[in-house]
Design a protein around this ligand. Sequence first.
Ligand code: S3P
Ligand code: PEP
Length: 436
Amino acid sequence: MTAHRFTPRGPLTGRIRVPGDKSISHRSLMFGALAVGTTTIRGLLEGEDVLATGRALEQMGAKVRKADDGTYSVDGVGVGTLLQPEGALDMGNSGTSTRLLMGLVASHGITAAFTGDASLSKRPMGRVIDPLSDMGASFTPSPGGTLPLITEGMQPAVPMTYRLPVASAQVKSAVLLAGLNTPGTTTVIEPVPTRDHTERMLRAFGVEVTVEEIDGEKHISVTGPVDMSPCDIEVPGDPSSAAFFAVAASIVPGSDLLIENVGLNPTRDGIFRVLKQMGADIDYLDPREVGGEPVADLQVRHAPLTGIEVDPDIAPSMIDEFPVLFVAAAMAKGATITSGLEELRVKESDRLSAMAAALKISGAKVQEREDGLLITGSSGEPLPGGGTVTTHLDHRIAMSMAVAGLASETGVEIDSTEPIATSFPNFTALIDEASA
Ligand SMILES: O=C(O)C1=C[C@@H](OP(=O)(O)O)[C@@H](O)[C@H](O)C1
Ligand SMILES: C=C(OP(=O)(O)O)C(=O)O
């Protein structure tokens, strides 16, 4: 483990470009593997999670290549013809890889073992095992419904209508991906909207996806088995990565930073809406479309923030951004109250307790509640900093507390910087670049 102290620096200025969106990168590789022919992907995130997806797809017959100019290509095997993988599929730290690939395997006549790191091996897989079992797949999980586990697919699988019991794009996508090779119509009912990259990108690969709104709920259907045509994809910048820099520029005095090419899909942009409600100075420049997704350049200037009560309904559109929002709240004037965040307890770490502990060690006033945090901010005063923060193999805890370090008196030490490569390999280099 490599510990690192993120120390206060000058303002963040200039222009930076964050890497490609993690959710879109996973899906572009998976759908490329299911198409017959060659898909090209520009701007793929080369984070550990996405690379784990790529390796697993290669084990199942796809060919993933990187050209000299950085463009990736995927030679797909076609829906229904994924190959039996020889060894276990090592999912590393990635919940998205695991749950979506379990969905794919579930409707193919193959058996796959899924393994992962200590963090991933604690995360609940019952949420995908339940619906995929109803479609005919069999599972042998570890006690508690966790990894390591074996998925035995069923071909042909049985179509179903599944109402999501938790707001989860991963569960939605797992069922829809199983539906691609299932004869008949598979429908997911989504009471609360979650990120819709699966629906958008399947259409780009030639799949008919219907979305009906009934009594305020979305009914999302695919009718299998489908044929998928290859596609040229451009991956927009990841709003979840941009969020660290939006908060850093908001809380470090004198900052004026342009973050280029940030994805602003309405199912993902909650963090920017909440920061603006708190008084952040964020402008969207040159709004446009990249790869079927809304994108803009974000101009972020330092601004005094005020605590708010965050509407729990916005949570799904910023589910990964709460750790860094908590850092913004710790620097705001007054109290920030969050609720309805039970899902944060089953991410790479228990993000409510990990962030409460990390912020307290750094001198912030935090009260942990069952479903959220109550944070009383410092009114813009730097946090004292000091102790070493435990990141629990969680990239978002590491990067959030790195941002806190930039606005602290003495810096914040992260126990391990390795998890950062999961989603944002050049994070530290970009901090250096923006604060040079
Ligand atoms: O579908 C996806 O790409 C993701 C969905 C979210 O997880 P849940 O669906 O479990 O909320 C999110 O936390 C994760 O980083 C990526
Ligand atoms: C929750 C996350 O990812 P995953 O579920 O794919 O591990 C994340 O990136 O914050």
